[in-house]
Design a protein around this ligand. Structure first.
Ligand code: C2E
Ligand code: MG
Ligand code: MG
Length: 762
């Protein structure tokens, strides 16, 4: 359809081209006039047909036909006489051009280019410039020759200025385009031919060209009609009508057109002299008006430029959401404070305010609510700070308050308290009230410090993290040791990233003893990080970091495969019984990874270990923070045949409902209770309760951290079937396991241990 339309357009243009050429070359005026009449008559139906076909409103066609009729009317009314002799013809012609200007302005608006003061001013300059030239070059000679200053002649002088405004608008439309479709060029050509026709007639009328030049002048209108028709026949006309994205094209074209409109009149005025008093008056008034308009336009451009610059500067210094100063302004302010004269009675202080769990608000209530929160917090902080203090927003939910004139450290602490208190009242969002808290890091600015403003902000940030670690909704004051801690942590984080590739991670194993049989029933794999310099880092130190950074996912997968491969080897080598199990610790981050069951399944397949021999040790945190996800993952693991143990039981919520709700098969009683089980009646009754609960739910039970025979005895008496701890064996490297197991099994049972006793002890 589109191709057919395009083809039709070009055929139509060929017809138009032939008509124009024939009209120019025909010796008889009658042929020309007949072709002109044909061009006039065909344009109406063609436009209506084209608009229908291309889905453009037929009102546009109607409008254009009206314009065509106005021009044709002017031609008809003036007949063979020059147009200026007939006021009606002049008025009709001007009305036609006026309609085109109106149509172009409407088109610009439709495309999203709203005529601004600047555009109108430029248009006026172009029109006035053209008027000056038109007066001196076209109208004056007619007045001179005919001796009339009739209104129609003066009005006739408006032809060129109005036509120039049309030309100017066409240039604006074309320059405004990112892509310029064929229809746009065809429309521009139609207007240009129309203007050329007008100009030629004006030159003939003014006596600058012979009357025979009409041979070329009239065919210009024929070409204009065909180009206009073709513009609408071409399928790209829909693009011309469509709103456009605002373009950032330089206004160079506009500048050239406007400047020319200024320069040419000046040349014409300077190069020709006035004929009589009327001419002088017209020239002078025209020059004064033109100068006034140009001055006004320049003043307007300067003003617009200043406004734009101020807006740019404001935008570069302000956070667009809250209107608060941004990081660069804050840093500049700190810098000025440190470089300026220091008042020894003041204690300038920075407060780094970070909202707690802001992500939850965004995730649960949406980003619009998040934005509302950020704006309200900005307002509350601004209201809470003393005069002269600055509140800046760094990014996201981070704000910094700079109090340059705190009277004492105590005053700074009081301000920090006030900032915390800002969050006591709920924030009234459009979706309802929400409570938000913040963690605040406080850092003092000292005159002697050689630290940069960026470092000072970082200090406050470090202290803020300290406040987060301390449980949030509180403040922490920066001190040097924090910096060292942060630097150390950063070093560990970086080294941990490479630990796996550098083969610095090892697994130690701790045997788990069956108290009834006295046999090693399985092992727990415990990770160790042996750094390049030989130091061994405890998992208690690096596992939380690995969890925070996400490194736990790859290293956890490695540990799983490594532990299972090790078990396979021990079973094959007869180090342990074929039913011995391997317990592997799984962090919440791993459990939250939907890919985790697939990783487990692959490790089982690759190691050739049966799923019943694998225990996955999980902590209850993930079951509390993301119960749905944890349940789904645990069910998928269960369906693999893998068993799941709840590690460190007794330290957290230790809720009974967890044990019922989640598919668990074992609980590991935390060593904190095992430690006191022998001597502390409270711990003992707690362990007794845990054991009773576990038994009633049919769970397997392992006591962790058994260090003394007494503890072992009490645990056995309480009915706990399995134990692990330094008493039995420390975690040992894989190659030490054969001798460890052999020693344990040779020992049989621990001296004094009464096996198979399940009677309660007090
Ligand atoms: P956990 O899973 O509760 O492991 C038991 C911890 O208690 C081990 O500490 C072990 O060495 C220690 N332990 C065993 N018997 C005794 C004893 O009689 N007395 C005392 N005081 N401690 C004993 P370790 O090896 O330092 O591991 C600490 C924690 O690090 C583990 O606690 C576990 O939560 C985590 N972890 C260790 N390896 C991994 C791993 O591969 N992946 C993950 N996600 N976490 C691991
Ligand atoms: Mg464990
Ligand atoms: Mg444990």
């Amino acid at each position: 359809m589109k191709r057919a339309s395009a083809l039709l357009t070009w055929w139509y243009l060929v017809v138009g081209g032939i008509c124009t050429v024939v009209a120019i070359s025909a010796p008889q005026a009658g042929v020309r006039e007949a072709l002109y009449l044909f061009a006039c008559i065909q344009i109406g139906p063609v436009l209506f047909f084209a608009c229908r076909r291309n889905g453009v409103s037929t009102e546009v066609a109607g409008f254009l036909v009206a314009v065509g009729l106005l021009y044709a009317g002017a031609q008809l009314v003036s007949g063979d006489e020059p147009t200026y002799t007939n006021p009606l013809a002049v008025a009709l012609g001007l009305a036609g051009t006026g309609c085109i200007i109106f149509g172009l302005v409407a088109l610009l608006r439709r495309r999203g280019v709203t005529p601004t003061e600047g555009l109108l001013g430029d248009g006026l300059i172009v029109g006035l410039g053209a008027w000056v030239i038109s007066w001196a070059a076209l109208v004056q000679p007619i007045v001179d020759e005919t001796g009339t200053t009739a209104w129609s002649t003066v009005l006739y002088g408006m032809y060129q200025p109005t036509a120039s405004v049309v030309l100017f608008l066409v240039v604006v439309v074309l320059l405004d385009q990112r892509n310029r479709p064929a229809s746009m060029w065809l429309l521009a050509s139609a207007l240009t031919f129309n203007l050329l026709g007008d100009l030629l007639y004006a030159l003939i009328d003014a006596g600058h060209m012979p009357a025979s030049a009409e041979r070329v002048a009239l065919p210009m209108y024929i070409a204009a009609f065909f180009c206009a028709g073709a513009a609408f026949l071409h399928p790209s006309i829909t693009q011309v009508m469509r709103p456009q994205l605002p373009s950032r094209r330089p206004v160079m074209g506009r500048l050239i057109v406007t400047t020319s409109s200024l320069v040419f009149p000046v040349i014409v005025l300077a190069g020709t002299s006035a004929n009589d008093t009327t001419d002088k008056i017209v020239r002078s008034i025209s020059a004064v008006v033109l100068a006034a308009v140009v001055t006004a336009r320049v003043a307007q451009a300067v003003r617009a430029n200043n406004v734009a610059q101020a807006e740019l500067l404001h935008g570069a210094q302000t956070d667009p959401l809250t209107g608060l100063p941004n990081r660069s302004v804050l840093l500049q302010q700190i810098n000025d404070l440190m470089r300026g004269s220091w008042n020894p009675d003041t204690h300038p202080t920075l407060f780094f305010v970070d909202l707690d769990r802001f992500k939850n608000i965004n995730d649960s209530l949406g980003h619009a609510a998040g934005d509302e929160v950020l704006m309200m917090v900005a307002q509350r902080l601004t209201n809470a700070v003393p005069d002269g203090a600055m509140v800046a927003r760094l990014s996201g939910d981070e704000y910094v308050v700079l109090d340059p004139a705190a009277k004492s450290q105590g005053a700074s602490m009081a301000l920090a308290e006030r900032l915390l208190a800002v969050f006591r009242e709920p924030l009234a969002l459009s979706q309802g009230d929400v409570f938000v808290t913040a963690s605040i890091g406080v850092a003092a600015i000292s005159p002697t410090s050689s630290t940069s403003p960026e470092d000072l902000v970082r200090h406050a940030d470090t202290a803020m993290y300290r406040a987060k670690d301390a449980g949030r909704n509180c403040m922490a004051v920066y001190d040097e040791s924090m910096h060292e801690r942060v630097a150390h942590r950063l070093a560990v984080e970086t080294a941990l990233y490479r630990a796996l590739d550098r083969r610095e991670l090892r697994l130690f194993h701790q045997p788990i003893l069956d108290l009834h049989t006295g046999e090693v029933e399985g092992f727990e794999a415990l990770m160790r990080w042996q750094q390049a310099d030989g130091t061994i880092v405890s998992p208690a130190e690096f596992i939380p970091i690995a969890e925070d950074t996400g490194t736990i996912v790859p290293i956890g997968s490695w540990a799983l495969l490594e532990a299972l491969t090790q078990l396979r080897r021990w079973i094959d080598d007869g180090v342990c019984s074929p039913s011995a199990t391997m317990s592997v610790n799984v962090s919440p981050r791993q459990l939250g990874d939907t890919n985790f069951p697939a990783i487990v399944s692959e490790a089982l397949t690759r190691s050739g270990v049966s799923p019943q021999l694998l225990w996955l040790e999980v902590t209850e945190s993930v079951m509390i923070s993301e119960p749905e996800l944890a349940l789904a993952t645990l069910r998928r693991l269960r369906s693999l045949g893998v068993r799941v143990a709840l590690d460190d039981f007794g330290t957290g919520y230790s809720s009974l409902s967890l044990l019922q709700k989640f598919p668990l098969q074992r609980i590991k009683i935390d060593r904190a209770f095992v430690h006191g089980v022998a001597d502390n009646p409270n711990d003992r009754s707690l362990v007794r309760t845990i054991v009773a609960m576990g038994r009633s739910l049919g769970l397997d039970m392992v006591a962790e951290g058994v260090e003394s025979v007494h503890q072992l005895q009490v645990l056995s008496d309480l009915g706990c079937g399995k134990a692990q701890g330094f008493l039995i064996s420390h975690p040992v490297p894989a190659d030490a396991m054969r001798s460890t197991v052999a020693a344990l099994e040779r020992l049989g049972q621990f001296p004094g241990l009464r096996p198979n006793v399940s009677a309660p002890v007090n």
